[in-house]
Design a binder for this molecule. Structure first.
Ligand SMILES: [Zn+2]
Length: 272
Protein backbone atom coordinates (compact mmCIF):
# COMPACT_ATOMS: atom_id res chain seq x y z
CA UNK A 1 0.00 0.00 0.00
CA UNK A 2 2.79 2.32 0.86
CA UNK A 3 4.20 4.69 -1.77
CA UNK A 4 1.75 3.63 -4.41
CA UNK A 5 1.72 5.29 -7.76
CA UNK A 6 4.10 7.90 -8.99
CA UNK A 7 3.40 10.90 -6.85
CA UNK A 8 5.98 13.49 -7.72
CA UNK A 9 7.73 15.45 -5.04
CA UNK A 10 6.18 18.87 -4.73
CA UNK A 11 7.04 20.78 -1.59
CA UNK A 12 4.24 20.68 0.98
CA UNK A 13 2.09 18.37 -1.10
CA UNK A 14 4.73 15.67 -1.09
CA UNK A 15 5.07 15.69 2.68
CA UNK A 16 1.33 15.51 3.07
CA UNK A 17 0.80 12.74 0.56
CA UNK A 18 3.69 10.63 1.77
CA UNK A 19 2.50 10.88 5.31
CA UNK A 20 -1.01 9.92 4.32
CA UNK A 21 0.19 6.89 2.42
CA UNK A 22 2.32 5.96 5.43
CA UNK A 23 -0.86 5.84 7.42
CA UNK A 24 -2.31 3.24 5.11
CA UNK A 25 0.61 0.96 5.87
CA UNK A 26 0.35 1.49 9.58
CA UNK A 27 -2.50 1.55 11.98
CA UNK A 28 -5.89 1.49 10.38
CA UNK A 29 -7.58 3.19 13.27
CA UNK A 30 -8.58 0.00 15.01
CA UNK A 31 -9.66 0.24 18.58
CA UNK A 32 -11.29 -2.17 20.92
CA UNK A 33 -14.96 -1.56 21.55
CA UNK A 34 -15.75 -0.18 24.95
CA UNK A 35 -18.28 -2.04 27.01
CA UNK A 36 -20.75 0.83 26.97
CA UNK A 37 -20.94 1.10 30.74
CA UNK A 38 -21.39 4.28 32.66
CA UNK A 39 -19.14 7.28 32.31
CA UNK A 40 -15.85 6.93 34.16
CA UNK A 41 -13.93 9.97 35.23
CA UNK A 42 -10.24 10.60 34.82
CA UNK A 43 -9.93 9.33 31.28
CA UNK A 44 -7.13 11.11 29.49
CA UNK A 45 -6.62 11.62 25.76
CA UNK A 46 -3.56 13.09 24.04
CA UNK A 47 -3.90 14.18 20.42
CA UNK A 48 -0.72 14.75 18.44
CA UNK A 49 -0.72 16.79 15.22
CA UNK A 50 2.09 15.82 12.81
CA UNK A 51 3.86 17.63 9.98
CA UNK A 52 4.12 21.18 11.31
CA UNK A 53 7.12 23.31 10.30
CA UNK A 54 6.47 23.72 6.58
CA UNK A 55 3.98 26.59 6.65
CA UNK A 56 1.18 24.16 5.94
CA UNK A 57 -2.41 25.28 5.60
CA UNK A 58 -4.30 24.59 8.80
CA UNK A 59 -1.40 25.62 11.05
CA UNK A 60 -3.31 28.48 12.61
CA UNK A 61 -6.32 26.24 13.28
CA UNK A 62 -4.06 23.72 15.01
CA UNK A 63 -2.52 26.39 17.19
CA UNK A 64 -5.98 27.72 18.11
CA UNK A 65 -7.49 24.31 18.85
CA UNK A 66 -9.90 24.28 21.80
CA UNK A 67 -7.91 21.62 23.66
CA UNK A 68 -4.23 21.18 24.58
CA UNK A 69 -2.45 19.39 21.76
CA UNK A 70 0.99 18.01 21.08
CA UNK A 71 2.51 19.49 17.95
CA UNK A 72 5.11 17.47 16.02
CA UNK A 73 7.36 19.89 14.13
CA UNK A 74 9.67 18.82 11.30
CA UNK A 75 13.22 20.16 11.57
CA UNK A 76 15.06 22.41 9.10
CA UNK A 77 11.98 23.73 7.27
CA UNK A 78 10.65 27.20 6.58
CA UNK A 79 8.54 27.60 9.72
CA UNK A 80 10.16 25.04 12.03
CA UNK A 81 11.23 27.58 14.62
CA UNK A 82 8.11 29.75 14.29
CA UNK A 83 5.71 26.82 14.70
CA UNK A 84 7.57 25.35 17.68
CA UNK A 85 7.66 28.70 19.46
CA UNK A 86 4.03 29.41 18.57
CA UNK A 87 2.85 26.04 19.89
CA UNK A 88 4.79 26.48 23.10
CA UNK A 89 3.41 29.99 23.59
CA UNK A 90 -0.21 28.83 23.32
CA UNK A 91 0.36 25.91 25.67
CA UNK A 92 0.73 22.90 23.39
CA UNK A 93 3.54 20.37 23.83
CA UNK A 94 6.23 20.42 21.14
CA UNK A 95 8.00 17.32 19.82
CA UNK A 96 10.46 16.80 16.97
CA UNK A 97 8.83 15.11 13.95
CA UNK A 98 11.91 13.22 12.80
CA UNK A 99 11.93 12.21 9.12
CA UNK A 100 12.84 8.52 8.98
CA UNK A 101 13.21 6.13 6.08
CA UNK A 102 10.09 4.26 4.92
CA UNK A 103 10.06 0.76 3.45
CA UNK A 104 8.85 2.13 0.13
CA UNK A 105 8.86 5.57 -1.36
CA UNK A 106 11.52 8.03 -2.38
CA UNK A 107 13.96 9.32 0.18
CA UNK A 108 13.42 12.80 -1.27
CA UNK A 109 9.90 12.73 0.18
CA UNK A 110 11.31 12.67 3.65
CA UNK A 111 12.47 16.26 3.87
CA UNK A 112 15.82 17.54 5.14
CA UNK A 113 17.88 15.84 7.83
CA UNK A 114 16.27 12.43 7.41
CA UNK A 115 17.48 9.29 9.16
CA UNK A 116 18.13 6.53 6.65
CA UNK A 117 19.36 3.03 7.37
CA UNK A 118 22.49 3.45 5.25
CA UNK A 119 23.88 6.11 7.61
CA UNK A 120 26.70 5.43 10.07
CA UNK A 121 25.84 5.48 13.75
CA UNK A 122 27.84 8.68 14.10
CA UNK A 123 25.84 10.35 11.32
CA UNK A 124 22.53 9.22 12.82
CA UNK A 125 23.54 10.64 16.18
CA UNK A 126 24.60 13.93 14.63
CA UNK A 127 21.35 14.27 12.64
CA UNK A 128 19.10 13.54 15.61
CA UNK A 129 21.04 16.00 17.77
CA UNK A 130 20.77 18.67 15.05
CA UNK A 131 17.03 18.07 14.66
CA UNK A 132 16.47 18.49 18.40
CA UNK A 133 18.50 21.69 18.34
CA UNK A 134 16.39 22.97 15.42
CA UNK A 135 13.04 22.56 17.22
CA UNK A 136 12.80 24.85 20.27
CA UNK A 137 10.98 23.55 23.36
CA UNK A 138 10.91 19.92 22.15
CA UNK A 139 10.12 17.45 24.93
CA UNK A 140 10.02 14.34 22.76
CA UNK A 141 10.49 12.85 19.30
CA UNK A 142 8.23 10.92 16.96
CA UNK A 143 8.86 9.50 13.54
CA UNK A 144 7.64 11.00 10.26
CA UNK A 145 7.15 7.94 8.02
CA UNK A 146 9.89 5.56 9.26
CA UNK A 147 8.41 2.15 8.49
CA UNK A 148 11.92 0.91 7.58
CA UNK A 149 14.05 2.84 10.07
CA UNK A 150 11.89 2.04 13.12
CA UNK A 151 12.27 -1.68 12.39
CA UNK A 152 16.08 -1.37 12.31
CA UNK A 153 17.58 -2.05 15.72
CA UNK A 154 20.96 -0.46 14.94
CA UNK A 155 19.27 2.78 13.92
CA UNK A 156 16.77 2.89 16.76
CA UNK A 157 19.42 2.17 19.37
CA UNK A 158 21.20 5.40 18.38
CA UNK A 159 17.99 7.47 18.06
CA UNK A 160 16.77 6.33 21.46
CA UNK A 161 20.16 6.80 23.08
CA UNK A 162 20.08 10.43 21.96
CA UNK A 163 16.57 10.72 23.45
CA UNK A 164 17.91 9.39 26.72
CA UNK A 165 20.89 11.74 26.80
CA UNK A 166 18.72 14.76 25.95
CA UNK A 167 15.94 13.81 28.37
CA UNK A 168 13.30 13.34 25.66
CA UNK A 169 10.60 10.70 25.37
CA UNK A 170 9.88 8.79 22.18
CA UNK A 171 6.43 8.50 20.61
CA UNK A 172 6.31 5.53 18.26
CA UNK A 173 4.03 6.67 15.44
CA UNK A 174 3.46 2.98 14.60
CA UNK A 175 3.92 3.23 10.86
CA UNK A 176 5.20 -0.34 11.07
CA UNK A 177 3.88 -2.87 13.54
CA UNK A 178 7.36 -4.46 13.48
CA UNK A 179 8.89 -1.36 15.08
CA UNK A 180 11.64 -2.30 17.51
CA UNK A 181 11.34 1.03 19.34
CA UNK A 182 9.37 -0.31 22.35
CA UNK A 183 11.84 -3.14 23.01
CA UNK A 184 14.98 -1.02 22.57
CA UNK A 185 13.51 1.87 24.59
CA UNK A 186 12.70 -0.55 27.36
CA UNK A 187 16.29 -1.86 27.34
CA UNK A 188 17.75 1.64 27.41
CA UNK A 189 15.28 3.00 29.95
CA UNK A 190 13.87 5.62 27.58
CA UNK A 191 10.25 6.64 28.24
CA UNK A 192 8.12 5.57 25.29
CA UNK A 193 4.49 5.91 24.30
CA UNK A 194 2.74 4.65 21.20
CA UNK A 195 0.19 5.96 18.76
CA UNK A 196 -3.04 3.99 18.88
CA UNK A 197 -5.33 5.65 16.38
CA UNK A 198 -4.82 7.80 13.29
CA UNK A 199 -7.50 10.47 13.36
CA UNK A 200 -7.45 11.49 9.71
CA UNK A 201 -6.14 8.48 7.78
CA UNK A 202 -9.20 9.08 5.62
CA UNK A 203 -9.70 12.79 5.06
CA UNK A 204 -13.40 13.28 5.60
CA UNK A 205 -15.31 14.93 8.39
CA UNK A 206 -17.43 11.84 8.95
CA UNK A 207 -14.37 9.58 9.24
CA UNK A 208 -12.53 11.93 11.61
CA UNK A 209 -15.67 12.19 13.75
CA UNK A 210 -15.88 8.41 13.82
CA UNK A 211 -12.20 8.13 14.82
CA UNK A 212 -12.77 10.60 17.66
CA UNK A 213 -15.52 8.33 18.95
CA UNK A 214 -13.10 5.38 18.76
CA UNK A 215 -10.63 7.42 20.80
CA UNK A 216 -13.37 8.07 23.35
CA UNK A 217 -14.26 4.39 23.57
CA UNK A 218 -10.64 3.36 23.92
CA UNK A 219 -10.00 5.93 26.63
CA UNK A 220 -13.08 4.78 28.52
CA UNK A 221 -11.81 1.21 28.37
CA UNK A 222 -8.06 1.73 28.94
CA UNK A 223 -8.06 5.02 30.86
CA UNK A 224 -5.89 6.71 28.22
CA UNK A 225 -5.62 7.02 24.46
CA UNK A 226 -3.00 8.55 22.17
CA UNK A 227 -3.94 9.53 18.62
CA UNK A 228 -2.23 11.24 15.69
CA UNK A 229 -3.72 13.69 13.20
CA UNK A 230 -2.16 15.97 10.61
CA UNK A 231 -1.88 19.59 9.64
CA UNK A 232 -2.64 20.61 6.04
CA UNK A 233 -5.78 19.57 4.21
CA UNK A 234 -6.67 16.89 6.79
CA UNK A 235 -5.74 19.30 9.57
CA UNK A 236 -8.43 21.78 8.61
CA UNK A 237 -11.04 19.06 8.87
CA UNK A 238 -9.46 17.56 11.98
CA UNK A 239 -9.40 20.84 13.85
CA UNK A 240 -12.97 21.59 12.71
CA UNK A 241 -14.06 18.28 14.23
CA UNK A 242 -12.12 19.01 17.43
CA UNK A 243 -13.80 22.41 17.68
CA UNK A 244 -17.23 20.90 17.10
CA UNK A 245 -17.03 17.66 19.07
CA UNK A 246 -14.69 18.09 22.02
CA UNK A 247 -16.87 20.40 24.15
CA UNK A 248 -19.39 17.58 24.58
CA UNK A 249 -16.61 15.11 25.46
CA UNK A 250 -15.02 17.22 28.14
CA UNK A 251 -17.43 15.87 30.73
CA UNK A 252 -16.00 12.37 30.42
CA UNK A 253 -12.55 12.89 28.93
CA UNK A 254 -9.65 15.10 29.82
CA UNK A 255 -7.61 16.22 26.83
CA UNK A 256 -3.96 16.50 27.85
CA UNK A 257 -0.54 17.20 26.43
CA UNK A 258 1.31 14.02 25.57
CA UNK A 259 3.95 14.60 28.24
CA UNK A 260 1.23 13.96 30.83
CA UNK A 261 0.91 10.37 29.60
CA UNK A 262 4.63 9.64 29.47
CA UNK A 263 6.03 7.53 32.30
CA UNK A 264 9.31 8.54 33.92
CA UNK A 265 10.81 5.41 32.39
CA UNK A 266 9.63 2.42 30.40
CA UNK A 267 6.60 1.96 28.20
CA UNK A 268 3.67 4.32 28.65
CA UNK A 269 0.15 3.34 29.62
CA UNK A 270 -0.90 3.07 26.04
CA UNK A 271 2.06 0.95 25.05
CA UNK A 272 1.28 -2.05 27.20
ZN1 LIG B 1 4.57 12.97 9.23
Amino acid sequence: MYGRGTIRFHKKTALLLTCLTALLAGLSGRAAEADGKAVVEGRRVAIVIDDLGNNMSGTEEVMNAPIPLTVAVMPFLATTKRDAEWAHRVGHDVIVHMPMEPLRGRKSWLGPGAITTDLSEEDIRRKVEAAIDAVPFAVGINNHMGSKATADERVMRVVLDVCKKRGLFYLDSKTNYRSVAPRVASELGVPLVQNEIFLDDVVSTSHITKQLQLIRKRAMENKTCIAIGHVGIPGKKTTAVLHHETPALKGELRFVRLSELVPSTGIGPAGQ
